[in-house]
Design a protein around this ligand. Structure first.
Ligand code: DGL
Length: 253
């Protein structure tokens, strides 16, 4: 059985982990995050690298076949750092700017939402210069949405809806038909986003999942899904066995 670790600052990467689990039962999966320090978007690279170092110190790296950085913010700040440290494959997730080209859509019809630090990152600026040099895809920073969505761990959606609407207000003045999610927390409310903005929601995680299985040389099979994974919320210091169907906040997916 191949062994992978999926990493995020908080619960966002669970949206990607969910798709991995639903596609195979032949992986041993650990999910590691840093709930005390989420969101990482607010932290400097030195701090983030220290926390990542702690995560990997607490993992049995010899046994790892692949690491998934299931966080756009973390990919932007740290994937190069991680690849320089480890030999196993490391797959990240980035804002899906090549989506309009792939489907022959007008870039003007598309809007990308992401954290402030993802959109301010050098890595994103390079990607934009390469894939959308004329900046025809609107990009909107949502500095608080990831942290607000963390509240769904202990609150019902209805309790935080007003705060979410407040954060999303900036999108009311932009017209778009396709909304590209540039943060792994956002698929948690993709149904709500679809209804609110009457837009098609583009979540790149299915392409990342495809890439993960390709790199591992494994086939996906929806008939062989799994529910269980190991979870650590404190950078790998303590672990629990979790059934993903018991995580109620994923019901909004
Ligand atoms: N899930 C992370 C992402 O995809 C977000 C949040 C953060 O820690 O800033 O960007």
């Amino acid at each position: 059985m191949k062994s992978i670790v999926v990493i995020d600052s908080g619960i966002g990467g669970l949206t990607l982990l969910n798709s991995i689990l639903k596609n195979s039962n032949s992986l041993d999966i650990s999910y590691i995050c840093d709930s005390k320090n989420v969101p990482y978007g607010e932290k400097n690279n030195e701090f983030i690298h220290q926390r990542i170092d702690l995560m990997f110190e607490n993992l049995d790296v010899e046994k790892l076949d692949l690491a998934v950085i299931a966080c756009n913010t973390l990919t932007a700040s740290s994937i190069d750092y991680l690849r320089s440290r480890f030999d196993f494959p490391i797959v990240g997730i980035e804002p899906y700017l090549n989506f309009p080209k792939k489907l022959n859509l007008k870039p003007e019809d598309c809007c990308l939402i992401a954290t402030k630090s993802t959109l301010d990152s050098l890595r994103f600026k390079r990607l934009q210069t390469e894939l959308d040099p004329d900046k025809r895809i609107s990009t909107v920073k949502l500095p608080r949405l990831a942290l607000l969505l963390e509240k769904l761990r202990d609150h019902d959606f209805a309790e935080i809806k007003d705060l979410i609407d407040q954060e999303l207000k900036v999108l009311n003045d932009i017209s778009f038909k396709y909304l590209i999610l540039g943060c792994t927390h956002y698929p948690i409310i993709s149904k709500y986003l679809h209804l609110k903005f009457e837009a098609e929601i583009i979540d790149p995680s299915k392409y990342v999942v495809k890439q993960i299985f390709q790199v591992l040389n494994l086939n996906t099979d929806k008939n062989l899904s799994n529910n269980h994974f190991n979870l650590s919320e404190d950078c790998g210091q303590t672990w629990d066995k979790i059934d993903i169907d018991n995580l109620s906040f994923l019901k909004y997916l």
